[in-house]
Ligand binder design. Sequence first.
Ligand SMILES: *[C@@H]1O[C@H](CO)[C@@H](O)[C@H](O)[C@H]1NC(C)=O
Ligand SMILES: *[C@@H]1O[C@H](CO)[C@@H](O)[C@H](O)[C@H]1NC(C)=O
Ligand SMILES: *[C@@H]1O[C@H](CO)[C@@H](O)[C@H](O)[C@H]1NC(C)=O
Ligand SMILES: *[C@@H]1O[C@H](CO)[C@@H](O)[C@H](O)[C@H]1NC(C)=O
Length: 310
Amino acid sequence: MNSLIKFSSTILLYLLTLSVITQAQSLNNPIYIKHICDSTTSTSTTTYKDNLNLLLSSLASNATRNSIGFFNASEGREPDDVYGLFFCRGDLSTDVCQNCVAFATKDIVQRCPTQMAALIWYDECFLRYSNKIMFSIMERDPDYTLMNTQSLPVHADFNRILVDTIGTAVYQAVNMPAGAKKFAATKANYTMQDMLYVLVQCTPDLSSDDCHQCLLSAYSGLQVCCNEKRGGRILYPSCIVRFEMYLDYNETYVEEAAALAPSPVPQGDKGSKQKKVDYNRCNSIYNCRSPTVQFFRLHHVEKEEKRIRL
Ligand SMILES: *[C@@H]1O[C@H](CO)[C@@H](O)[C@H](O)[C@H]1NC(C)=O
Ligand SMILES: *[C@@H]1O[C@H](CO)[C@@H](O)[C@H](O)[C@H]1NC(C)=O
Ligand SMILES: *[C@@H]1O[C@H](CO)[C@@H](O)[C@H](O)[C@H]1NC(C)=O
Ligand SMILES: *[C@@H]1O[C@H](CO)[C@@H](O)[C@H](O)[C@H]1NC(C)=O
């Protein structure tokens, strides 16, 4: 009896701790993924730095009342003009978004103190600035790949299910009305035990065509890096595609959004119109056999270092 009470209070304590930790995580520390400082731009003037600081505070303040989780801004005049944007994962609340962006604006200048251009991905948001105009321009460079190191005993159906599930998500995101989030999350039964969860998103300043292009490239990248894996993610400055065998997005949001505005039913299965893919195409560009850094359940897979243009 006594031990039972002890036991249940331990569980309760554990649950309380867990919920405090979960809340603290989403509201204090976004989950860092990767940052890149553009080392080609290391001569910034004090005027540029002042403009950058203004820009970052404008991004942070505009994240508070931003329903689409995206904002772009610019500060200053040539030659010290600076441009920047953030975008948040479409399934997260404004609070989580705002918190992530606020964190990012401080984090990025510490990680890239001297460069004129930089970008940073977290699980919750993405932030980027540069001395070049970036609004409405589709950008796939630099990219970043994460691969779930667990293998999947693949039966032939998996690739079909993956193609269909990603295809449906891509179709939904691309066909969002102008001014809405270009975001979609889909799921499918793989086996009795395993569900497949897919999340795709473009920055909403892209045209539908550019969004489509971006997502298809990311999807091709996934086929190269993460074939026969239990998960993978491709991150570009302009879009994201990811799949996992565990629920890693906010299903409440996705269900509410679906109830409010039923997505159009894919016609003619757009997602399956992929080129035939060679699933074992690992090469020097997609260095998918030698993951380097541990990232909770995932491994980073880095492309060859190449000159980046932000
Ligand atoms: C939002 O961005 C605009 C334009 O960059 C800026 O003028 C404004 O101060 C920012 N903050 C808020 C709270 O609107
Ligand atoms: C982004 O920047 C462009 C060009 O400066 C501007 O026309 C547009 O209004 C901005 N969009 C947002 C959402 O701030
Ligand atoms: C998940 O979505 C629901 C519904 O939109 C929202 O109330 C909740 O805050 C979201 N959770 C997070 C962590 O953003
Ligand atoms: C998965 O299978 C269960 C049980 O057969 C079914 O109720 C559910 O709707 C399926 N989910 C999806 C996303 O197809």
